[in-house]
Design a protein around this ligand. Structure first.
Ligand SMILES: *Cc1c(COP(=O)(O)O)cnc(C)c1O
Length: 225
């Protein structure tokens, strides 16, 4: 399938999900996750109008970045090793996987301007998932305030791989409630307006629960293309 055909279908689904709770589709940013695909296929995505790209590994990101540079916005969505921060820091526009203080410290040290970050939260409690436990998020964000090169723009989570809609609603609504709590504090370093949640299998539910950034790979650009 062409990326543009997939995109048309996904946009229709986004619109339908938005309509269910009176949201404006323009408030949902589609991040095309290009981690499985080639430069050629990525080019097709950009030509289809996808200007936010997501990569989850430093090597894959650098390869794509070397091709496309700053013509698009780059979202680093995978778990990030502290020692690799220096390789990506002034190239990415957003880091979605801030999940520990040691990482925050390194980002703060290496960034030459303020870095927009999402705090990754392990809402589902699955051991395999990265992220801060929900009950520790507020304290974590308070501790980040000393790192003046970090701005917390939102929260991010990955839901369990499941078709259980009720479970997905529960996970995503919990992240939204947590985001609302952080937002209410009016921290200068943590406006926390955004919710990065929803992937190929669950983005519609995520949108119904308030997602502002959905990260879609397989259903948009495909796998092994
Ligand atoms: C791979 C990946 C995605 C996209 O997954 P799909 O199911 O292919 O849409 C989204 N978020 C993260 C963090 C990922 O690693």
């Amino acid at each position: 399938m062409d990326v543009s055909q997939n995109l048309t279908e996904i946009k229709a689904n986004i619109e339908a999900a938005c309509q269910k709770n009176n949201r404006n589709p323009e408030d949902v940013t589609i991040i095309a996750v290009t981690k499985y695909v080639t430069i050629e296929r990525t080019k097709e995505a950009i030509n289809a109008g996808l200007l936010n790209l997501g990569e989850n590994r430093q090597e894959g990101f650098i390869e794509k970045y070397n091709h496309f540079g700053k013509t698009v916005s780059w979202h680093f969505i995978g778990s990030l090793q502290t020692r690799k921060v220096k390789d990506i820091i002034d190239k990415v526009d957003y880091i979605h996987s801030l999940d520990r203080l040691s990482l925050a410290k390194e980002i703060n040290k290496r960034a030459s301007t303020v870095m927009d970050c999402f705090v990754q939260v392990n809402v589902s409690g699955e051991e395999s998932k990265h992220g801060i436990q929900p009950e520790n998020v507020m304290q974590f964000i308070e501790e980040i305030s000393e790192y003046t090169n970090i701005r917390i723009v939102g929260l991010m989570t990955m839901a369990p791989h499941s078709d259980d809609k009720a479970l997905l609603h529960k996970v995503f609504s919990e992240l939204r409630e947590l985001r609302d709590k952080v937002k209410q504090r009016n921290y200068r370093h943590a406006p926390c307006n955004y919710l990065s949640m929803g992937m190929s299998n669950d983005y519609e539910v995520a949108i119904m629960e308030g997602a502002t950034h959905i990260r879609i790979g397989s259903k948009l650009v495909g796998e092994n293309m």
